[in-house]
Design a protein around this ligand. Structure first.
Ligand SMILES: O=C(O)CCC(=O)C(=O)O
Ligand SMILES: [Fe+2]
Length: 287
C-alpha cells in the first residue's frame, strides 16, 4: 500500500512548525487561531501547504474529482426530510438546490497530500490545540471522514449547518469566478437554534450577518460549522471549485446516519448500518 507522506514535506514549515509542538511559534499560531475561532468560529492559516506542493494538491484533487457522487438535490439548511412536519415559518421549510458533489474517503488515495495530512498525528494535535481540545479523532465513518467537495461551474453548495462540530478544510482548486465561502458566525449554539435569525439570512434580509472568505489553494480553514450557517456561492467560469474536507470529532467512533450517507454518497456501508443501532450524537440539534 502506498505510504502517507511525512509532514515536513507537506507543509510550509517556515510558517507552520507543526513538528515543534509547544515552541514559541506554535503557541503564537495557536493563540491567534483560538482567538479567531472564539470570535468568528473560523480561522484561516494562509499558505499552509508547501508552495512546491500546491500544484500537486490541485492535480491530485482534479484526478479524484472524477469519483465524485453527482446528484442534484432539493435540500433545506438542516438537512431535514422535505416532508418533515414543521411550522410554516420554520427556516427548515426554505428549500434550495444542492449541486455540489463529494468524493468519499474510500476513493481518495492513501498517499494523496490531503490524506497524508488528515491522518498525521502532528497535524491532529495542532488542530486539536487550535480548537481548545486535548484530542480529536478521525471519524470512524469510512466515507465522510475525509472528502473532496466538488462544486462544478453553475453549481453551488447552499446554506447549511454541518453535522460535525468542527471542520477543517483546504482549498485545492479555486473557481475562476464565484465559489465564495460565506458564513454567519455563531448564528446558533448547542442549546439555541435562533430560528428567526437563520430565516433572515435564508431570505436575504440578514445580509449584514454574512462574512466572506477570500481563500487561495493551500490555505487551511478551521471552522465551527455546526453553529455557523454557511454556503459556497455559485461557481462561474470553466473550472470547478475543489475543497478537501477533514472531519474530526471530540469522540471516537462517530459515523454518519444512514439517510445522510445515502444522500451525500449514494451508498451506505456496513459501518453505517451498525452505527445506526448505536447512534452516537453530541447534542439534540436538528440535522
Ligand atoms: O467546500 C467548502 O468550502 C465548504 C464545504 C461544506 O460546507 C461542507 O462540506 O459541509
Ligand atoms: Fe458545511
Amino acid at each position: 500500500m502506498p505510504r502517507t507522506r511525512e509532514i515536513d514535506s507537506l507543509l510550509n514549515t517556515a510558517r507552520y512548525p507543526l513538528t515543534r509542538p509547544g515552541s514559541a511559534e506554535w503557541r503564537d499560531l495557536v493563540f491567534h487561531a483560538r482567538l479567531a475561532l472564539r470570535e468568528r468560529g473560523c480561522a484561516v492559516l494562509p499558505d499552509f501547504i508547501a508552495p512546491s506542493l500546491v500544484d500537486t494538491l490541485r492535480t491530485e484533487g482534479a484526478a479524484m474529482a472524477r469519483s465524485a457522487h453527482h446528484i442534484v438535490e432539493t435540500v433545506n439548511a438542516y438537512n431535514l426530510p422535505l416532508d418533515a412536519p414543521l411550522p410554516a415559518d420554520h427556516p427548515g421549510c426554505i428549500r434550495a438546490r444542492r449541486g455540489n458533489a463529494f468524493v468519499p474517503r474510500d476513493r481518495i488515495p492513501t498517499d494523496a497530500v490531503i490524506h497524508s495530512l488528515y491522518v498525521h498525528r502532528s497535524f491532529q494535535r495542532f488542530v486539536a490545540d487550535c480548537f481548545e481540545m486535548s484530542l480529536i479523532h478521525e471519524l470512524a465513518d469510512p466515507l465522510a471522514g475525509l472528502c473532496l467537495n466538488v462544486v462544478a461551474p453553475g453549481e453551488s453548495h447552499p446554506w447549511h449547518f454541518d453535522t460535525n462540530e468542527y471542520t477543517v478544510s483546504l482549498l485545492t482548486q479555486r473557481a475562476a469566478d464565484g465559489g465564495v465561502f460565506e458564513y454567519c458566525p455563531n448564528i446558533r449554539s448547542a442549546d439555541e437554534e435562533n430560528l428567526d435569525t437563520v430565516r433572515s439570512v435564508l431570505t436575504g434580509s440578514g445580509e449584514h450577518l454574512v462574512h466572506r472568505l477570500a481563500l487561495r489553494p493551500g490555505d487551511l480553514q478551521l471552522f465551527k460549522g455546526r453553529y455557523a450557517l454557511h454556503r459556497v456561492t455559485a461557481v462561474g467560469g470553466e473550472a470547478a471549485r475543489h475543497t478537501a474536507i477533514f472531519a474530526y470529532s471530540a469522540r471516537p467512533g462517530v459515523v454518519g446516519s444512514v439517510e445522510r450517507t445515502r444522500q451525500l454518497f449514494g451508498r451506505v456501508l456496513p459501518e453505517h448500518l451498525a452505527a445506526a443501532r448505536r447512534s452516537v450524537r453530541v447534542d439534540q440539534l436538528l440535522d
